[in-house]
Design a binder for this molecule. Structure first.
Ligand SMILES: NC(=O)c1ccc[n+]([C@@H]2O[C@H](COP(=O)([O-])OP(=O)(O)OC[C@H]3O[C@@H](n4cnc5c(N)ncnc54)[C@H](O)[C@@H]3O)[C@@H](O)[C@H]2O)c1
Length: 161
């Protein structure tokens, strides 16, 4: 979801795993694109208040639930979100993010930087359900051609809903 083109996705549901600096930017991008539900997932309960003005509509604290987070999210969304974003740098969280998307078309975007030598915690067969996983650095923003217009829009307050 590059923020600089003008498409909107009013029926899209999004889960943001890790509502820190990166996760808040993801929420803002999803809100700008008019996603219908933006679920923030964080173990720090203070993050909901921070995330609300950036577009987070629902908050899940994994510590409040007995069942795995992906089950909570699938229940909240009737089968899973369209897009999940892993913004914590934690591989177990990445697995939850992957499993939180809808089978058939769900897309997980890995943004967290994973410094350990651990490999991806996904079985190859899980990809046959139609879920996809990609990674992104700086939202794939092109510094020369896209950043100036992005900065100009921010200056004009395009984040207004
Ligand atoms: N891909 C990129 O372009 C890019 C750019 C900058 C940073 N990063 C990486 O993104 C990640 C996040 O960076 P940040 O600056 O937002 O960090 P941050 O510390 O501001 O945010 C991380 C958030 O994740 C939450 N968190 C930690 N463990 C969790 C868990 N088990 N379940 C749910 N939430 C959990 C924390 O409470 C915190 O709110 C880091 O790995 C960082 O290196 C990536």
């Amino acid at each position: 979801m590059a923020i600089t083109d003008c498409k909107c996705y009013p029926t899209i549901t999004v889960a943001v795993f890790g509502v820190g600096a990166v996760g808040l930017a993801v929420a803002e991008g999803a809100r700008y694109r008019k996603a219908s539900k933006i679920i923030g997932i964080d173990i720090n309960p203070d993050k909901f208040a921070l995330g609300k003005p950036m577009g987070i509509t629902d908050f899940v604290n994994p510590k409040d639930h007995e069942k795995p987070t992906h089950e909570v999210i699938r229940q909240l969304t009737g089968g899973g979100v369209d897009f999940s974003f892993e913004c914590s740098g934690n591989l177990d969280v990445l697995r939850e993010a992957f499993q939180s998307t809808h089978d058939g078309w769900g897309l997980t975007v890995m943004l967290g930087i994973h410094p350990t030598p651990r490999m991806l915690p996904l079985h190859p067969m899980e990809f046959f359900d139609g879920r996809r996983l990609v990674a992104s650095i700086f939202g794939d923003c092109k510094g020369k051609s896209q950043l100036p217009s992005f900065a100009e829009k921010c200056g004009r307050g395009v984040s207004e809903s």
